[in-house]
Design a protein around this ligand. Structure first.
Ligand code: SF4
Ligand code: SF4
Length: 522
């Protein structure tokens, strides 16, 4: 059964066209369907952009989004990125890295117990946390640059909320079917079938969430050891607490809240607006080409109408529940799934791809006037971001390259400042700390420089003229050193306080470090 209703539309150039809504009874679904392209057998999808910007009131209860499965280039890119990021996240703690005996062999580990961050061959000590700050600043600046060039690529492809939500939706689709089947299931009363499908979906979500929480804690201790301790109930309490927290949040945010996190909780959509300008590539509906939209009748050609057949395929695949044809929206995570959906439709109706595409505001204005694409990637904003990235990168690179494997700290004893000996000489006491950041034991010759006539001895090694201090790998050794200036030399010192240096020299490699301090006399 077919019925029709006419409406009038005007495109940008003022071309008037008559549109007809064609309705047919769908033999497979029990509801009435509207045809979008009669000759091509394309039905208009009965979908509402539940988060449409023009219609969303300030306070409204959530309307569930049922994203349809998409197909195409960007969907494949998203599958690949999802597989890659999840594989890295879940498997990285299990990757081993030989650093020598007595040291953790986990490639990536935030060793809270020993105050160390291990990243393959790089070991970051607490006093080197500025390196982590540097990496974070570099990451933030890179994000600014990518946003200025290609909009919210982070949100659309890489953000953990996007990746896990995508995974949870895929699992939901596996158990409950695609969009129409899920809608039908939600409308059904609670039968054994519904109970099974819903139950399995939530159980799978909980399993994924538990794997996510489990993987998270493995980054903080040796993974195989902690996994064994965890299942046998002998892991430290924080492991269970963080496992429960991460599991709960993954289930809640990825499985239940989904697009609500991006729309209401995340500050990034608000911030990224400051990085986007007229030359940023954004997922855009080319309205100058698509309007006036409307269903395409069998006898109708493309003259006097737009390419958009109002099939709603772009709305149905949108995980955010919006309609890209309404223009740029804070809710749009730029995942480009609507591009794939629309390109599929354009293939079917024999029109060129790109009714929805990555495009810039400036380019759209030019295309509207009959001009071509205008890509302007190198512009003051991107050059500024690139310059700052290069500057910070150079600093971080220099800090990394000049990272020492030997450090020494000297603390002079304050009480008493000095001791007057019975032979007239004066003795000062120091605590010397030598840090061996390498993965082998090293012996360091300790000496002093800049205090003529003075003698240094180390507690427990008094007989040695140049004491050899052995420090095991990745450890700190603390010793007590005495510096004595004989009576005959005291008068040559310039004042009550004389600056001199402790020198630690690696007996094997010759690497040397010095630390200045003061000798005090009456
Ligand atoms: S409108 Fe398109 S790009 Fe934006 S979130 Fe929806 S599907 Fe992704
Ligand atoms: S923009 Fe494309 S996918 Fe969206 S309704 Fe129009 S023709 Fe269909």
């Amino acid at each position: 059964m077919i019925s029709g209703a006419a409406r009038t539309a005007h495109n940008e150039r003022g071309v008037r066209s008559e549109m007809t809504t064609i309705e047919v009874k769908n033999p497979f679904l029990d509801d009435k369907k509207t045809v979008a392209a009669e000759a091509h057998g394309i039905e208009k999808i009965d979908v509402e952009a539940v988060n449409r910007k023009a219609e969303r009131p300030q306070y409204a209860s959530r309307k569930k989004v049922y994203p349809k499965r998409g197909h195409g280039f960007f969907r494949n890119v998203k599958w690949l990125v999802m597989a890659g990021t999840l594989a890295v996240y879940y498997l990285l703690p299990w990757l081993r890295w030989n650093r020598g005996p007595g040291l953790p062999d986990q490639a990536v580990m935030l060793d809270i117990d020993n105050g160390r961050i291990f990243f393959f061959d790089l070991a970051i000590w607490p006093q080197e946390l500025y390196l982590v700050t540097g990496f974070l600043v570099l990451s933030a600046l890179s994000l600014f640059l990518f946003t200025a060039i290609a909009g919210r690529v982070w949100c659309g492809y890489l953000c953990w909320q996007t990746v896990w939500t995508d995974l949870m939706v895929a699992v939901e689709r596996f158990w409950q079917g695609d969009r129409n089947a899920r809608i039908r299931l939600d409308k059904e009363s609670w039968t054994a079938n519904k109970l099974f499908r819903k139950g399995m979906t939530h159980l799978s979500w909980i399993a994924i969430a538990a794997a996510t929480g489990g993987a998270f804690i493995l980054y903080f201790r040796d993974a195989p050891t902690l996994a064994h301790e965890f299942v046998t109930g002998h892991a430290p309490l924080p492991s269970y607490v963080f496992f429960a927290l991460l599991t709960g949040f993954t289930y809640l945010l990825g499985g239940i809240a989904r697009e609500q996190v991006c729309i209401y909780m995340c500050p990034w959509p608000r911030i990224q607006g400051a990085m986007i300008d007229a030359d940023s590539l954004l997922v855009t509906y080319r309205d100058f080409r698509g309007e006036p939209r409307g269903p395409l009748r069998k006898s109708q050609g493309w003259e006097g109408r737009g390419d958009c057949i109002d099939c709603n395929a772009c709305v149905a695949v949108c995980p955010m529940g919006i309609d890209i044809r309404d223009g740029g929206q804070l809710e749009c995570i730029q995942c480009a799934l609507c591009i794939d959906a629309c390109n599929e439709i354009m293939d079917k109706v024999g029109r060129p791809h790109g009714l929805i595409a990555y495009d810039t505001h400036r380019s759209i204005q030019s295309e509207k006037k009959g001009g071509g694409l205008k890509l302007n990637i190198i512009r003051p904003r991107t050059m500024l971001y690139a310059a700052v990235i290069s500057f910070v990168g150079a600093i971080v690179g220099y800090a990394l390259l000049s990272k020492t494997t030997l450090e020494m700290n000297v603390i002079a004893e304050r009480n008493p400042l000095y001791v007057q000996l019975s032979d007239g000489g004066v003795r000062n006491t120091f605590t010397v700390k030598i840090l061996n950041k390498r993965y082998e034991t090293h012996n360091f010759k300790l000496s002093i420089d800049g205090l003529p006539g003075a003698k240094m001895t180390v507690l427990g090694q008094e007989s040695e003229e140049t004491p050899l201090i052995s420090v095991v790998p990745d450890d700190l050794r603390e010793i007590r050193a005495y510096v004595t200036v004989p009576k005959s030399e005291l008068g040559k010192l310039p004042g009550e306080k004389t600056e001199f240096h402790f020198v630690a020299t690696d007996a094997a490699g010759g690497q040397k470090t010095t630390r200045g301090t003061n000798f005090r006399k009456p």
